[in-house]
Design a binder for this molecule. Structure first.
Ligand code: ATP
Ligand code: MG
Length: 422
């Protein structure tokens, strides 16, 4: 019985499962690089204001989900709940706007939100995501969405639905907000506590509320998509055109409003029906006001973030597994103390040339060591007993043919490579 337990909402990723994670991470690097996105790594904690400002202080994230604490210098620090605010902070602080635009960036790493843990929802979770900063061209929206679609298919998730909407800009929102508030005010008392305060602060978010979104009056609300200004309407039409051209299937969901305040124009989500209630595996959109609101120049941006845990659930639901068995190529068996000196050299020499090699470190006998070599599916065993120590020669056994030969210590690596390559 253990005395210590991991905090609620966290997970230990054990070596077998870690192989799946490595696979996803490698695919992110590989696929995103072909679109010429380059990795950015920002701190896992930031000054709290970065998220208050960058995510928006009316959002669930800022209001109730952040891990915020005072550090020993009495500064308010927050573990990052998402990636965009930190990337944009870095874009501004490091003056990336002075370089070639748009900056096409991606990230991968842990995020932290104080939420009620359930399947597909944890307190430490992991996201991969992209940010493209410095272009309002609808081709960029289409590229980002097509990249997400391509990536999900490439890793093996083939059953997602892409939902698309436009949430307009501050210009269209003024007109829409009045219509929305007028529509919702009569039923204000029937809404949840959060939504009652959202009516004044951020009524658009009521359409996205997990409790009230299905209230019949909320469902029949005037939709932002029907109130787009000319610029936003043209942008939305162009994005849909490019997606059609790229043969990326989507459905327009006028109720899709992203939870974060800084989103403008394009909003999208990839939904995977087979993984339960937490079915959004990737979500994103345009955020033309964000860079400026974080103190940078007035440049537009767009991005998405996908959850790795939910992606892995989707992979499992799609029957995709990338576990590789726990194997070595060579198992070195040293059967006496004197033999250990020879074995550490052989192990080092094999590893230097890239051969996966291991040995017993618990003093077990020959039979037990043979069993381990077998379990690890070793192709070659090196045996070092008393005779071998005396003669300076090693017994090299090809475990598939059971053929065994004596080899001078200096020739061992070459001989083993021969067997491995045969
Ligand atoms: P949700 O509606 O599920 O709370 P969200 O709008 O808070 O999602 P985003 O901030 O858009 O989510 O994050 C993008 C993606 O990150 C989500 O689609 C999901 O795949 C993943 N994600 C978000 N929060 C969590 C969490 N607590 N645990 C695991 N994955 C998460
Ligand atoms: Mg959430």
């Amino acid at each position: 019985m253990a005395d210590y337990f991991k905090p609620r909402g966290t997970a230990d990723i054990l070596p077998d499962a870690a192989l799946q994670w490595q696979y996803v991470e490698e695919m992110v690097q590989k696929v995103f690089a072909t679109y010429h996105y380059r990795e950015i790594r920002t701190p896992i904690f930031e000054h709290t204001e970065v998220f208050e400002r960058g995510v928006g202080d009316t959002t669930d994230i800022v209001q109730k989900e952040m891990y915020t604490f005072l550090d020993r210098g009495d500064r308010s620090i927050t573990l990052r709940p998402e990636g965009t605010a930190g990337v944009v902070r870095a874009f501004v602080e490091q003056k990336l706007y002075g370089g070639p635009l748009p900056a096409k960036l991606y990230y991968f790493g842990p995020m932290f939100r104080y939420e009620t843990p359930q399947a597909g929802r944890t307190r430490q979770f992991h996201q991969y995501g992209v940010e493209v900063i410095g272009s309002d061209d609808p081709r960029v929206d289409a590229e980002v969405i097509e990249l997400a679609d391509h990536f999900l298919r490439a890793v093996g998730v083939t059953s997602t639905t892409l939902e698309l909407n436009s949430v307009g800009c501050p210009v269209c929102r003024v007109a829409h907000k009045d219509a929305l508030v007028a529509h919702l005010l009569p039923i204000k008392d029937e809404l949840c506590e959060d939504c009652q305060s959202r009516i004044v602060r951020n009524p658009l978010r009521i359409l996205d509320c997990k409790i009230d979104a299905h209230h019949p009056v909320v469902e029949s609300s005037p939709m932002i998509t029907d109130h787009l200004c000319d610029d936003c309407a043209a942008h939305f039409a162009a994005v849909r055109n490019y997606l059609d051209l790229l043969e990326v299937p989507y459905v327009v969901n006028k109720k899709l409003v992203r939870g974060l305040d800084y989103y403008t124009k394009t909003a999208f989500e990839f939904v995977e029906g087979s993984i339960g209630a937490q079915s959004t595996i990737l979500a994103g959109g345009r955020y033309n006001g964000l860079v400026k609101s974080l103190g940078g120049p007035d440049v537009p941006g767009i991005g998405f973030a996908g959850g790795i845990e939910r992606l892995l659930l989707a992979l499992a639901a799609n029957g995709v597994s990338h576990e590789v068995p726990d194997e070595v190529e060579v198992y070195v068996m040293a059967l006496s103390n004197e033999a250990h000196a020879m074995s550490v050299n052989i192990l080092r020499d094999l590893r230097v040339v890239g051969v996966v090699a291991d040995a017993d470190y618990t003093g077990r006998g020959l039979k037990a060591q043979m069993k381990t070599a077998d379990r690890l599916n070793a192709k070659v065993a090196v045996l070092i007993g008393e005779d071998e120590v005396k003669s300076g020669q090693l017994a090299v056994r090809d475990l598939s043919t059971r053929e065994q030969i004596l080899v001078a210590q200096g020739d061992t690596v070459a001989k083993i490579l021969n067997i491995l390559q045969s």
